[in-house]
Design a protein. Sequence first.
Length: 189
Amino acid sequence: MKPHSPFPLFVAALLWGGAPALAAPPAPVGGGGDVIEGHAQATEGDTLLVDGGEIRLYGIDAPDPGQTCKNRRGASYDCFAQATKELQAVVQDKIVRCTTKESPPKQRRLGVCKLEDGRDVAGIMVRAGWAPAYTALTPDYYSIQVLAVSHRAGMWGGRVEPPWLWRDHQAAMEADATGKPRKKPGGQP
């Protein structure tokens, strides 16, 4: 059986009312502009530990712990672990320079991180297909994602549910199981 293209799911995510492409971003708080530089370690597919400080890569949203995807042959794999591994490979033994951005309330510090050669770490992850662009924050990586999808790079080679939709589905299942009211859609990271 031929695996389904991830494109319809991606388009549905963009058209769905709770998708980040259509959701208003939370109001920013806290200052930005601090520069943190040093060796980095990936803690998630969109998060780095740089010089002892945690930085979530601005403009992308990689799979969450527990999230699985399907490869080209339809076999499930841990796309959270794979995205984290891919990000670690990008920053391994390299100096990373991150400039912080204003961060939404109660969320990790956001930043734009670049390698010594000037390449944008988030852009590398989107182009490789291991993190979708998070257009609720910025359209900066959207065109790169379109290219990654068209080349079936990384997760786009099989089936992937955008992380914000996956979080919404997890919250809905938890609400159904516990009888608690559902959280609003949007799955903000």
